[in-house]
Design a protein around this ligand. Structure first.
Ligand code: S3P
Length: 172
């Protein structure tokens, strides 16, 4: 089966991809899928455990495979893990998709994620790590984005509405 997601959500950890993704799916009357959840289900381990046991490179390889499969299978709203856009082949596939980049500034990011043990990339010095992460990734998110929706100071419902408006999609 070959499908294409109605919407692909990208953006950093903690920006609200899962919450907004589920709201978007509800409003549009379609299914929701999340590639981090696919990985956890497939591996029977948490993302943090995979990082600790096998390292980031092994996680990225699994992530790439999982994202490519989901892009080919899912026809609803698909949320990608925050680092999925690091892969050039994945960015190539996203060029043909309707991609929403949910953005937030670094202050908001630190506030939302804090010292979150479930997010191994932020475990030591969240503020510095956030700044570095976004410096390395912002242009990649922008490169794949069809639209950018800022989330700072907005509720998930407001972000959902802004995304639907930006894409000119009507609720089901
Ligand atoms: C990561 C984001 C996480 C998860 C992993 C790595 C990243 O997903 O895939 O911890 O590199 O930004 P979420 O964006 O869903 O938190």
């Amino acid at each position: 089966m070959t499908a294409a997601p109605l919407i692909v959500l990208v953006g950093p950890m903690g920006v609200g991809k899962s919450t907004v993704g589920q709201l978007l799916a509800e409003r549009l009357g379609v299914g929701y899928r999340d590639t981090d959840e696919d990985i956890v289900t497939g591996q029977g381990r948490t993302v943090a455990d995979i990082f600790v046991d096998e390292g980031e490179a092994a996680f990225r390889a699994l992530e790439k495979q999982t994202v490519h499969r989901a892009l080919a299978e899912h026809d609803g709203v698909l949320a990608l893990g925050g680092g999925a856009i690091l892969d050039a082949d994945t960015r190539g596939l996203l060029a043909a998709q309707r991609v929403v980049y949910l953005s937030m500034d670094v202050d908001e990011a630190v506030k939302r994620t804090g010292l979150n043990a479930a997010r191994p990339l932020l475990a030591v010095n969240p503020r510095r790590q956030w700044r570095e992460l976004m410096e390395a990734r912002r242009h990649l998110y922008e490169e794949v984005a069809t639209v950018v929706v800022a989330t700072d100071g907005r509720t998930p419902e407001e972000v959902t509405r802004a995304a639907l408006d930006a894409l000119e999609l009507k609720e089901a």
